[in-house]
Write a protein that binds this ligand. Structure first.
Ligand code: PBG
Length: 324
């Protein structure tokens, strides 16, 4: 036998030498759920390991993550029901706690990078990402609200705007609005290929943002489609997106690879709440080794072609990475 592939696996040193994929904490984005109040760290039943945090606790969490080498945070608001309306107007209110949280993170940790979420659903009494009227989503009427929201976030100090709403034309609309107000330096990480997925369940529990009627299939993509992701990629690129996202990650590793091979922009994958919950609950049931399952999962996303990963495992991964 001339060829013996096992020779390249014979010791930890050789295995490390020929490792094709590596994942370092600076390539991870930590999601954070912020709510009103003080000294609150509220567990989320369907998403073990994640919490709804009041702003003081968010600041402590950011500090911990920064020490572990994670510098980018994707912040989501948990909005009280009485602040929601059909147009999601609370999203750009001057006294909005979410905007306050963004500002406080940037004031306390200027070296951090704050990414936001742009969509109506956390603020919408209908639980949809766009304006909902008589069973329909009003695409073009939603765009100015998204642009107001993005501008308010930029004014609060956000570094990266993350439109997750999947309305047509929103990247260009937001880009133009930001530029008109002199926020040329604020980036857009577009949710380019966002699929209508069963794996968002725990996130919607965390935010209490599930649609009150219908589903999101007229704006989020069908899991049957790959070419359509290329179409969205071309549009978002032409509209000025700085980075492209594929979401969820695990059922869509092929889409990550497809976009990586067809775009020059950085590709970010969102390892979503349901994907994280599966590993937590299997671990709790005694079926999986948590650390090994998480590392294999995250490395598979990287290997598929993601440049960066948004994941609820970020802090745990960075902790293990530091101990290695
Ligand atoms: C809202 C939004 C969702 C997620 C991120 N932004 C949920 C949805 O579209 O219903 C899901 C993230 C996750 O499941 O971790 N537009």
């Amino acid at each position: 036998m001339l060829q013996r592939p096992r020779r390249n696996r014979k010791s930890p040193a050789i295995r490390a030498l020929v490792e094709e994929t590596q994942l370092i904490p600076s390539q991870l984005i930590q999601p954070i759920f912020v709510r009103q109040g003080t000294a609150i760290q509220e567990p989320i039943k369907t998403l073990p390991g994640s919490f709804r945090l009041s702003i003081d606790k968010v600041l402590a969490e950011v500090e911990t993550c920064l020490k572990l080498g994670i510098s980018v945070f994707d912040v989501f608001p948990v909005v009280a029901e009485n602040l929601k309306d059909k147009q999601g107007t609370y999203s750009y209110h001057a006294d909005n706690f979410y905007l306050d949280c963004i500002a406080k993170i940037k004031q306390n940790f200027p070296e951090s990078c704050v990414m936001t979420d742009v969509a109506l659903d956390p603020y919408s009494s209908d639980g949809h990402d766009g304006i909902y009227e008589n069973g329909k989503i009003l695409n073009d009427e939603t765009l100015p609200i998204l642009a107001n929201m993005a501008l308010a976030q930029a004014q609060a100090g956000a570094d990266i705007i993350g439109p997750s709403d999947m309305m047509d034309g929103r990247v260009g609309y937001i880009r133009t609005h930001l530029d008109k107000h002199n926020y040329q330096d604020v980036s857009i990480l577009s949710y380019t290929a966002k699929y209508a997925s069963a794996f968002y369940g725990p996130f919607r529990d965390a935010l209490d943002s599930a649609p009150k009627y219908g589903d999101k299939k007229t704006y989020q993509m069908s899991y049957t489609n790959a070419r359509e992701a290329l179409r969205e990629m071309e549009l978002d690129t032409a509209e000025g997106a700085d980075m492209l996202m594929v979401k969820p990650a695990l059922c869509y590793l092929d889409i990550i690879q497809l976009l990586r091979q067809n775009s020059h922009l950085p590709i970010v994958a969102y390892n979503v709440s349901g994907e994280c919950a599966m590993i937590h609950f299997a671990t709790q049931a005694g079926f999986l080794d948590y650390e090994r399952a998480v590392c294999e999962t995250l490395l598979s996303i990287k290997r598929a072609g993601a440049d960066a990963i948004i994941t609820y495992f970020a802090k745990d991964y960075a902790t293990w990475y530091k101990q290695k």
